[in-house]
Design a protein around this ligand. Structure first.
Ligand code: G4P
Length: 534
């Protein structure tokens, strides 16, 4: 048994985070550079393959192949500066946004990558909403400074107004595009000079005693030096001094400028990340707050990945450890099933390699081989009957009814669709009478994946018929009589989600508004995350 001190030490040095961005802002490139710095990979290009390219809308094998690769790179662990770092990959493709939202429940902080020319884009806004909801601390990396983009102050204003978060620059760019000379590190009072280099890690910092140091004029030129002095004056005037507690509370996001593809600004980002980012945080369960120091093991499943080989229907469940130490071959309690299970081959993910581990600590993510026992959101404990909260489902954007084309294969279809739903590929709403299955997703791509897998893995014969719904709304109320009358009036538009929660499928914004007006005691939630507050 590990001494309590060693256990605390192991927990405290863990840093589990996700990188999020709008596609093409540079998430993959930055991830790769962080891994290079951490020594987890030796060559660039290793993570790149993980991307589901925009064009891959109908090439099923390509999707499948890429899904396979993403198992290996779903969690990338490496050691750096005495810290054990776990990067959780989030798919950039918007059709997989739901996957990203769930992964965000398993991280303790986030790095948000912004393209300096595009600023805050649609996908960034949605992802940040989830971070704000959970008060996840965020560091912002403004990327592609080697290209012409928006002015730094404008970008910061845009971040504050569009993302509804305060920002605090910790480095400051000297010029941009062709005139980009590097960054001034506001805290270390050093200059990091830019040299475009895609392969070498540059971390040379030129110290200057203060901004009035004449060396500054010699190095970057008189005009840029004066401009920098003015800008830093403004930064100090406009923004409050950096306050780590405000960052940890999710109120202020420190900002860095750099160029990931040129390895520039990445080291400052990583060093600061190691210094300020939170160690593993506790999670709320339905009975109590579970802190990582708690020696009783607990964890939750936030992602399930199917085996690529259709003949082996086993899957990998990704479990985030919340408290205590996980040990191989020890019995743990699967709370939803009320069953004890042990795991002979739990794996950790060290960059490209999966390896069997003997134990793991709070903050770690481990892979558990599963033959169908797990659903997203499941909790494992040492016996305690509690369930972690907060794997939210969001209202899907696209709804289609699943039609069985072969009555003899209805069992296969039923099993297949339920298993895919457990994996979180889509959401299922079942309508009565007739057990009609409405499948909801964020993007069209999922329907192609589901159809392909139902046919190839489960031998089903089915098709999807588009349904014109605008939103799925989860309903809560304390007025049972009003709910009963709503159920009578709207029975054609009601369904049950996978956890048997009542959902209203609204056809248009107007009909939703009418329902809200006519039934004032009912609350219509656009996400199932209302359970977080319940
Ligand atoms: P993503 O995961 O957020 O979708 O973005 P990714 O890292 O794939 O980067 C998108 C594109 O932006 C890539 O170019 C990448 O090389 C480029 N990029 C990343 N960081 C920088 C940077 O600091 N400066 C500049 N100028 N470009 C950057 P691509 O043409 O799509 O791919 P590739 O052919 O370069 O691999």
């Amino acid at each position: 048994m590990l001494s309590p001190m060693r256990f605390t030490e192991a927990t405290e040095k863990r840093r589990t985070f996700g990188i999020i961005s709008h596609p093409d802002a540079g998430k993959t490139t930055l991830t790769e550079k962080l891994l290079l710095f951490g020594g987890a990979i030796q060559t660039a290009g290793a993570v790149k393959n993980n991307k589901i390219k925009k064009s891959a809308t109908s090439d099923f094998m390509e999707i499948e192949k890429q899904r396979g690769i993403s198992v290996a790179t779903s969690v990338m662990a490496f050691a750096y500066n005495g810290k054990q770092i776990n990067i959780l990959d989030t798919p950039g493709h918007k059709d997989f946004a739901e996957d990203t939202f769930r992964t965000l429940t398993a991280v303790d902080s986030v790095i948000l990558v912004i393209d300096c020319a595009n600023g805050v884009e649609a996908q960034t806004g949605r992802l940040m909403e989830v971070c704000r909801m959970r008060k996840t601390p965020v560091i912002i990396f403004i990327n592609k400074m080697d290209r012409d983009g928006k002015e730094a102050f404008d970008l910061l204003d845009e971040l504050e107004s569009k993302l509804d978060i305060k920002v605090r620059p910790l480095t400051w760019p000297i010029g941009m595009g062709d005139r980009f000379q590097g960054v001034y590190n506001i805290y270390q009072k050093g200059l990091n000079l830019f040299a475009a280099n895609k392969t070498k890690i540059s971390d040379e910092v030129v110290s200057i005693s203060s901004l009035s140091d004449p060396t500054l004029d010699q190095i970057i030129g008189e005009n840029p030096a004066n401009e920098l002095r003015e800008e830093i004056d403004m930064v100090e005037g406009v923004y409050d001094p950096f306050d780590r507690n405000a960052y940890l509370a999710g109120d202020v996001a420190p900002v860095f400028f750099g160029s990931a593809v040129n390895n520039f600004g990445v080291k400052e980002l990583l060093d600061t990340f190691c210094e300020i980012s939170p160690s593993p945080q506790g999670r709320e369960s339905d009975t109590r707050m579970v802190e990582p120091e708690d020696e009783r093991f607990s964890g939750f499943v936030f992602k399930i990945h199917a085996n690529l080989d259709p003949k082996h229907r086993d899957r990998i469940a990704f479990l985030r450890i919340v408290s205590g130490r996980f040990e191989r071959n020890k019995f743990y309690h699967h709370v939803r099933l009320g069953k004890d299970m042990k795991f002979p081959n739990p794996t950790s993910f060290m960059a490209q390699d999966k390896s069997v581990i003997d134990d793991a600590y709070p903050g770690d993510v481990i892979g558990l081989y599963d033959t169908g026992s797990f659903k997203i959101g499941d909790t494992l404990t040492t016996g305690e009957k509690m369930l972690f909260k907060g794997i939210p489902s969001f209202s899907p954007e696209i709804f289609q009814e699943l039609e069985n084309l072969d009555p003899l294969k209805s069992k296969q279809l039923d099993k297949g669709i339920r298993q895919l739903i457990d994996e979180g590929v889509a959401q299922l709403f079942v309508q009565q009478p007739g057990n009609r299955k409405i499948v909801g997703t964020v993007g069209q791509l999922q329907f192609e994946v589901i159809n392909y897998r139902l046919i190839h893995e489960y031998g089903a014969n089915c098709r999807f018929v588009p349904r014109n719904y605008f939103k799925a709304c989860w309903i809560t109320t304390t007025n049972a009589a009003q709910l009963a009358s709503f159920e009578r009036a709207k029975s054609n538009y009601l369904a049950l989600d996978k956890d048997e929660n009542l959902v209203f499928l609204a056809e248009t914004p107007f009909l939703l508004q009418m329902a809200e007006q006519d039934y004032p005691d009912l609350t219509f939630h656009h996400t199932s995350a209302f359970k977080l507050e319940a």
